[in-house]
Design a protein around this ligand. Structure first.
Ligand code: PMP
Length: 401
């Protein structure tokens, strides 16, 4: 008998499992709105032109080797990625108060941040929004933190529950870590306004909470890298500490390259330098050092003005297509006279629409229309095209009537 005979079958991941089910469906009409990856109008994945160019430059550069990177990754990448999220003129950047580690995309950055907090921070409780990306509680629990949640979304208004959020953070244990989505909150598509962020910032600072920003969609929400970084920059402008996890999966389309960064903004340069030294001790026994290829692409794009401009144009193209899908879906439901208020589809921001469809309606749409989404009714707008909008609108109409 196998020594593993008692291992039980694990359930599929609730998000990635949607694609597993989709792949098994033989219907030609099937539509995968589960996974958060960009697709063109033709429904195809793309590699950005600017990424192809940067890769070509790397291939032709004899100084580009396959040597190990240092434990915290490519130094150029780390400097540039901190500037991208904080702004080149950020006092934290100018004063060298940031410890940055190149990590395995957004997930790896969150995990390294969590491990660092578990070792070096006195408070091991992290508050995450309710709801949030399904992997958050698992990453932080595995990373040694205790996870609690704060109210975020109000299903009756399909908007932010600001009152609940402020009450819950006000009642949080002193020094608790608080996770925020920098922009394009996943799965709700609901972000605080700048005024609401300011209220949240004041509470966080007055209570001595430690903000941890998950920035997985910079530039993808509004089409502007600066606009989508405003929340983070507000919290850095006040001189206080914060953690930032960045991902280049969506905004540079580098999903499988696993490029991201953890930045820890400190109050002084000497603290940042000691924090950086400890980050190395977190990373070394986990994976020694991060991969070189994707970070080299990002560094090239961020360093070169022409490549950077080309990137921002392509990024805006992706963001604009998603925004136009929102309008088309809204118009299609309006044209069908589908009962209910669907204005949240055009109000929400980022890759996802939190439709408000319940688990039963979701499974109806899967069984009858071969449309796949997570059971919370979240659909990826990036997986939609002008061609498939009518099919989705028909399915939603049938599901709610
Ligand atoms: N945070 C959020 C909110 C996300 O939606 C995602 C991607 N779905 C991630 C982090 C991390 O993604 P990755 O590890 O691919 O960068």
């Amino acid at each position: 008998d196998s020594v593993f005979a008692n291992v039980v079958q694990a359930p599929e991941d609730p998000i990635l499992g949607v694609t597993v089910a989709y792949n098994k469906d033989p219907s030609p009409a099937k539509l995968n709105l589960g996974v958060g990856a960009y697709r063109t109008e033709e429904g195809k994945p793309i590699v950005l032109n600017v990424v192809r160019k940067a890769e070509q430059l790397l291939v032709n550069d004899p100084s580009h080797l396959k040597e190990y990177l240092p434990i915290l990754g490519l130094a150029d990448f780390n400097k540039l990625t901190a500037k991208l999220i904080l702004g080149a003129d950020s006092p934290a950047v100018l004063e060298n108060r940031i410890a940055t580690a190149q990590c395995l995309s957004g997930t790896g950055s969150l995990r390294v941040g969590s491990e660092f907090l578990a070792r070096h921070y006195h408070q091991h409780t992290i508050y995450i929004p309710q709801p949030t990306w399904g992997n958050h509680p698992k990453v932080f629990t595995s990373g040694g933190l205790n996870v609690k949640s704060y109210r975020y979304y109000d299903p009756t208004t399909r908007g932010l529950d600001l009152q609940g959020l402020l009450e819950d953070l006000n009642a949080a244990d002193a020094g608790s870590v608080v996770l925020f989505h920098a922009c394009a909150h996943n799965p709700t598509g609901v972000d605080p306004t700048p005024e609401q962020w300011e209220q949240i910032r004041q509470l966080v600072r007055s209570k001595g909470l430690l903000p941890f920003f998950d920035s997985a969609y910079q530039g993808f929400a509004s089409g502007s890298l600066d606009e989508d970084a405003q929340s983070v920059r507000m919290f850095v402008a006040d001189g206080g500490e914060c953690f930032i996890a960045q991902s280049y999966a969506k905004n540079m389309g580098l999903y499988g390259e696993r490029v991201g960064a953890l930045s820890i903004v400190c109050k002084a340069a000497d603290v940042a330098s000691r924090v950086e030294s400890q980050l190395k001790l977190v990373v070394r026994p986990m994976y020694s050092n991060p991969p070189i290829h994707g970070a080299s692409i990002v560094a090239k794009v961020l360093k070169d003005k022409d490549l950077y401009d080309e990137w921002t144009a392509e990024l805006k193209g992706m963001a604009d297509r998603i925004i136009s899908m929102r309008q088309q879906l809204f118009d299609a439901l309006t044209a069908r006279g589908t009962p209910g208020d669907w204005s949240h589809i055009i109000k929400q921001i980022g890759m996802f629409t939190f439709t408000g469809l319940n688990a039963e309606q979701v499974s109806f749409m899967r069984n009858e229309y071969h449309i796949y989404m997570t059971s919370d009714g979240r659909i990826s707008m990036a997986g939609l095209s002008s061609r498939t909008v009518p099919h989705l609108a028909d399915a939603i109409h049938a599901a709610v009537t």
